[in-house]
Design a protein. Sequence first.
Lengths: 334, 424
Amino acid sequence: MKKRGFGIGCMSYGIGNTGLPNPAGAFVDFLDDGTVIVLTGCADIGQGSSTILAQIAAETLGVAFEDVVVVAGDTGVTPDAGATSASRQTYISGNAVFEAARKARQEVIAGAAAVLGVPPEEINLKNGRVWHGEEPTSLSIKEVISKCRSEGILTLGHGWFNPATTRLDPATGQGIPYATYAFATQVAEVEVDTETGIVEVKRIVAAHDVGRAINPQNVEGQIESGCSMGIGYALLEEVVVKEGEIQNPAFSTYLMPTAMDVPEVYPIIVEELEPTGPYGAKGVGEPALVPTAAAITNAVADALGLRFYDLPLTPERVVAEIKKSREKKEDDGQ
Amino acid sequence: MIEKNIVGQSVPKVDAFGKVTGQTRYAADLDIAGALHLKVLRSKVAHGLVKKIDTSRALKIPGVTAVFTHADIPGSNSYGIIVKDQPVLTNKVRFKGDAIALVAAEEESIAVKALDAIAVEIEELPPLFDIQAAMAAGAPAIHDNGNVLTVTKIKRGNVEAALDQAAAVVSRRYTTQRVEHGYIETEAGIAYMENDMLIIKAGTQNPHYDRRDAARVLGLPINKVRVIQTATGGGFGGKLDISVQCFLGLAALKLGRPVKIVYDRQESFVATAKRHPFIVDYTSVAAADGRLLAVKARIFGDTGAYASYGPATLTRAAVHATGPYEVPNVDLEAFCVYTNNSFSGAMRGFGTPQIAFVFESQMDLLARELKMSPLEIRRRNVLRPGSITATGQELTSSVGIAKTLEAAWARALEVMPGLGGDCR
């Protein structure tokens, strides 16, 4: 028999290292053809940080995204940005790049203000041009940088950011472990085959508060990938160890979800802006996965009226629990 | 007011084109003329003292350039992001997979052959494969300071007093499994000397940390080691630790020749961190209206042979043990425990997927006890601006949990036809 069930999983996730300083630095060099180099220690491991940091730099400097090159993760030339972990790089390296770009921007604005003879606070940079208030001027950013260089002024910026945290008291754990938190709710629908014990995830709705989504498609990609990883965690994956030896050190015996196991995921981006984040951003890397197994196991409990206290919910385990519960019912004379 | 027109736009990722067209070169794709190939001899014994390593037969194999052991480490033979407890090449093995010797050879196949020709004498010690055995009084110490590496405590209010006002109390034990990250790209890298500068190129999540510990192990000033991150095919926390970096640095520095190493999938499974398996004893206390009054939890994480990110994982699990809910009284303790299993470290979420499985199961159990829907009990408890967390932090802004709950539920009602009504 196939039974359907629905489950909710909620979570909060502190962005950055727990109760410890974890700063990131960045350099921005605004070049005389109007292009930009960002130097950051932030390792892009496929999650998209170099893209996000380029967007933050481009936005801040008023140039096209395509005009920004991010050089990342080379200790010979880039400043320390800490680890790509703890869902911290958009918030922390994002702030470092924002600060570095802001300083380079100030140099350009000062140069433009001198040319135009207006106060710097009335000047903006946008689309490669200098704007006076709401109006574009005839002056390009490129021209201003060339002028700065001719006067011996380099349009460079260095920025760093360390989230405002405090160490946790060793006896009571009281303190401020994180400067900001991401939040999420996922709802999973499952179908459980009571004969085979196979749990099929039919749909997942995943609503994530990430602060400002710097790149919404990338946020959705993170959410969808997190859900697929969560399906593996809930239902399939287990490193089997016997006497300290891993029994399944291969993808033929260590089962992970494939495209056949991952259903439609409905991502929802909730943007509760973080005042201390770059353009209000927080993070999403880990939160994407955190509540998925919880939502799935709650959905299985809903489907079967049986709760599982041990992960993963393999078919063997599901069948064994169903059998145990039937036997118990018979013993109770039901 | 300038329109924010790049932030908020779904521009294509800067690395997308190279990856989808197959042009991106990962560490294993990097070839360097004259490079020696490295292989690691790993322990088949879980716990023991290395008494003797005889490399003489291996060194006689044509094409074998060098075999390194713990005696060859020029600096401090220990690394680790939080605790420096992991040797590059060890004289005490702590898990099946611990690195004992490093071979450099002209061909990869010769290096593999040399591994079989190294004779290692190990005096076995009693192994500890579970947390209870490792925590027991009188258990053999895997590291000098005993087997309980860290204990994180979070205490607030009075849990016992809260029990007096309870309408529902749910206590359960949960367990979670050990998990592999399963990134597509296994660990790999190359290294070479550029004058007196050591260059290490490897897939990593943490190049500046890699530089610090490579310099420490090799006895070099930090500015004489340059770590360059290669295009990295996933990490999920598993590439935060040192894996190949110190092996590469040691061989390149000692031999003055370029070197290369690539883990196969089996070595990647055996030699690198896993997600911590947890045992959690958890008690939730709620009032008749569903409001959480207290949470007590004891969390045990098996960090295996080495600390890696274990202390951070257990601390984060404790800090997040009450979930996105306001709980006035908490008594939380998390134990990070050494065993002779393969080591556990960072993996996407740092202990929070484990603890979310626990606290969210508990929320549903409480809801059932109180004859309330899972949705409603969450609505009544979620953090809001002004809420105080388990660590006593007042949340002032950007607290979107209630919005995600309502948004997810509304969308679920649209796309999940079977869902509906307050009974859920």
